[in-house]
Ligand binder design. Structure first.
Ligand code: IVH
Length: 699
């Protein structure tokens, strides 16, 4: 009997969908887990699109572990707390070889293997792993499928963040074990690699958003994001290190931690490649010492090594204390942190009105400098820390990282100490502060707040904006304080007589300043737009917007009436569009635009800029048809900025080097991609080279 034609067709679609899923899952595993790409990006993209199209036409073919189902489209309302099937224990710490030895002696004692009087302690094989400074996650699989991802929480209960966990490309949606156990619990560490972290913060800086203090905080914040699309964009990674299987599982069962790690690898997880099987305590010590310097070459933070007894049966007999396994210990590297006493909590008001709480404390020496202030980033962090007046706090500063308040020592809290909170009023203008739901930032929304005005003026004259030489922070402060400048446009009304009456201002410098202000009127439209200081409109976005909208009226009108026309622009997301819409709908900003016009600012592209633009759009971009791979840290721009530039010039950016790569843009510490480019004889250029290539296209 033959199947009806429609059924045969639907079988074909089903088979193709299965095949596409396998190909894509395998390619993503090679790329994200094994670090060994096997498929070119263009091929991956084509197959991915084919699967998307097929699933759109036949929704019944969509299954939970399809690679198209990693990023859910709708933000969740909040997270629910769930109990862990098996609690997540923490680890006891050892801070010296001494403490390591006493841990080992205690372990031998519980295992009943103490050496005779002067005999050396018996050697038990142990696994040495890096202690990754990220955020622990518990993953639950049922019949091979990822069904739940949870934060550690208090170890007994965590928050269910499955939609976010699904976006982590190195976490398999389905185990590569056939047949799979009825359930599997996997634990490991989610993290943001340093380089990704730098790009995230560079991007946030360009958008005038508060920076994350370190990759671990950025990771924790990301995991608790309500919108999985944001999580996906942060490109988290995950190393698996703990495996729990049902007691009655009949498949091949690991008998040691070392075998657990290889089981996890086989099942499709990324396992940290730097684990070692160590025969005895001396080997543990060398492992620890060797990684003390090597860990700085890694692209993620580690704060020690974790030593685990290898034999699972011995682990079982050693058991647990209240909170930690007896069979494992975290051997920590000395941290760049120290206690200090909080003197006061102050606030900074940024130029967009964002309020940043700042802790001021007794100076401490950290990472080679004296530190007495640290930002707390936002009100959430303040609540989390539960800071009280006079608290003893632990402050950390690692390398280049901004000093941060790590935690509070409540046991040292003076009696009667009051809890500290953000003020309800702006410290500068005393107007009521506002915190929008879903936003971490608290803001002053009074557009004539002196602190905001000072910030706006500083931004207006800054290098990337109108670049007015001689207009420094001190001068701006005086001008605002004396009421001589109440809006940006007032800067253009300053004359030599008035300026030279100010402190530390001679006639010559006053003249120069007036000239500098005059010349600044002729700065390109993109700079003028950036100078307005619209939330999210950094230099890169301002360029893209200025290229698409030749003057402020067109931009304002589109932002208010047809915002969709803005979000269709390449690289301009919904957030930016909304921010523009809001900005141009605000009366005070409309007044500002009007005032700027009155003092001679065009807020539009000049004739020459328009001509350049026209020739640029009629020509295809300087990089049209070229595929570029970016690797390493670039001296002055983030990778996403470089990507924007390349795409604006008509090029395409790809993640892996192949014969089809036109050239590689390499910065410092470029790794395997650079090697591969050299091997394939592909042209390599640096940031300056890129600028030259697209210079003819610059506005
Ligand atoms: S094993 C019962 N292994 O360190 C086993 N933990 O201070 C407990 N961590 O909550 C965990 N790297 O978040 C283990 N290789 C590693 C680890 C690791 C980082 C974290 C984990 C844990 C914390 C305890």
């Amino acid at each position: 009997m033959t199947a009806p034609a429609s059924q045969t067709a639907s079988n074909q679609f089903n088979e193709r969908a299965t095949e596409l899923r396998q190909l894509l899952t395998r390619a993503a595993h090679a790329y994200y887990v094994l670090d060994a790409p096997e498929m070119e990006d263009a091929v991956y993209d084509r197959l991915y699109r084919e699967l998307l199209d097929l699933e759109a036409a036949h929704p019944e073919l969509v299954i939970a572990d399809s690679p198209t189902q990693r990023v859910g489209g709708t933000p969740s309302e909040g997270f629910t707390s769930v109990a862990h099937r098996i609690p997540l224990f923490s680890l006891d710490n050892a801070f010296s070889a001494e403490e390591l030895r006493s841990w080992y002696a205690r372990l031998l004692k519980v295992l009943d293997r103490e050496p005779a009087a002067d005999a050396p302690p018996p050697a038990l094989p142990m696994v040495g792993e890096l202690k990754i400074d990220g955020n622990a996650l518990a993953l639950s699989y049922e019949n091979g499928l990822l069904v739940r991802g949870t934060t550690r929480g208090d170890g007994e209960q965590g928050e269910e963040i499955t939609a976010n966990v699904r976006t982590i490309a190195s976490i398999p949606l389905r185990l590569q074990i056939d047949p799979p156990p009825a359930w599997v619990e996997v634990r490991g560490e989610a993290l943001i690699p340093d380089r990704t972290f730098a790009a995230i913060n560079a991007d946030r800086a360009a958008r005038d958003e508060p920076l994350f203090a370190n990759p671990r905080n950025a990771c924790a914040g990301t995991l608790r994001q309500l919108d999985p699309r944001v999580v996906a964009s942060r490109r988290l990674d995950f190393f698996a290190y703990t495996l729990h299987l049902p007691n009655d599982w009949e498949g091949s069962r690991p008998t040691s931690q070392w075998e657990c790690l290889s089981w996890l690898k086989t099942a499709g997880f990324r396992v940290n490649p730097n684990a070692s099987l160590l025969p005895d305590l001396a080997a543990v010590e060398s492992f620890f010492n060797a990684w003390d310097s090597r860990r700085h070459d890694l692209d993620y933070a580690t704060d020690g090594v974790v030593v685990k007894l290898d034999d699972l049966r011995l682990q079982d007999s050693a058991g647990f204390t209240q909170k930690a396994p007896r069979w494992a210990i975290a051997l920590k590297y000395p941290a760049e942190e120290a206690p200090s006493r909080l003197l006061r909590l102050t606030c900074q008001v940024g130029r967009t009105g964002v309020i940043t709480p700042v802790a001021e404390f007794e100076p401490v020496a950290l990472a080679g400098t004296s530190v007495s202030r640290a930002t707390l980033h936002n009100a959430d962090r303040l609540t989390e820390l539960d800071l009280h007046s006079g608290d003893t706090i632990v402050v950390r500063k690692a390398g280049e990282i901004i000093p941060e308040v790590l935690r509070v020592l409540p046991e040292l809290r003076p009696e009667g100490a009051q809890p500290l909170d953000l003020p309800h009023q702006c410290p500068s203008c005393e107007s009521e502060l506002v915190r929008e739901s879903g936003e971490a930032a608290t803001r002053c929304v009074n557009s004539s707040c002196p602190a905001i005005l000072r910030g706006a003026l500083r931004h207006w004259v800054s290098k990337g904006a109108l670049d007015v030489e001689g207009m420094g922070g001190k001068l701006i402060e005086q001008l605002v304080e004396r009421g001589l400048v109440r809006s940006i446009s007032d800067l253009y009304r300053l004359d030599v007589a008035l300026l030279s009456s100010l402190e530390r201002m001679g006639e010559k410098s006053a003249e120069n300043l007036v000239t500098a202000m005059e010349t600044s009127r002729a700065q390109p439209w993109a700079r003028q737009l950036y100078a307005l200081g619209i939330h999210h409109v950094g230099e890169v976005n301002a360029k893209a917007l200025a290229a698409a909208f030749p003057d402020v009226d067109t931009l304002a009108q589109t932002a208010v009436d047809h915002p969709e026309a803005i979000s269709e622009l390449h690289g301009i997301g919904l957030e930016i569009t909304q921010s523009l819409q809001q900005w141009f709908s605000t009366g005070a900003n409309q007044t500002l635009v009007q005032q700027l016009r009155e003092v001679g600012l065009s807020l539009a592209a000049s004739e020459q800029e328009r001509l350049d633009l026209a020739s640029r759009t009629s020509m295809s971009g300087a990089l049209s048809g070229q595929t570029v791979v970016i690797t390493g840290t670039l001296p002055s721009m983030s990778r996403s900025q470089a990507k924007d530039l390349i795409e604006a010039a008509g090029g395409k950016v790809s993640g892996s080097v192949s014969k089809k790569t036109s050239f590689v843009l390499a910065g410092e510490e470029a790794g395997s991609k650079l090697e591969k480019a050299n091997k394939l004889g592909i042209k390599v250029i640096d940031e300056a080279g890129l600028s030259t290539l697209i210079a003819s296209d610059e506005i």
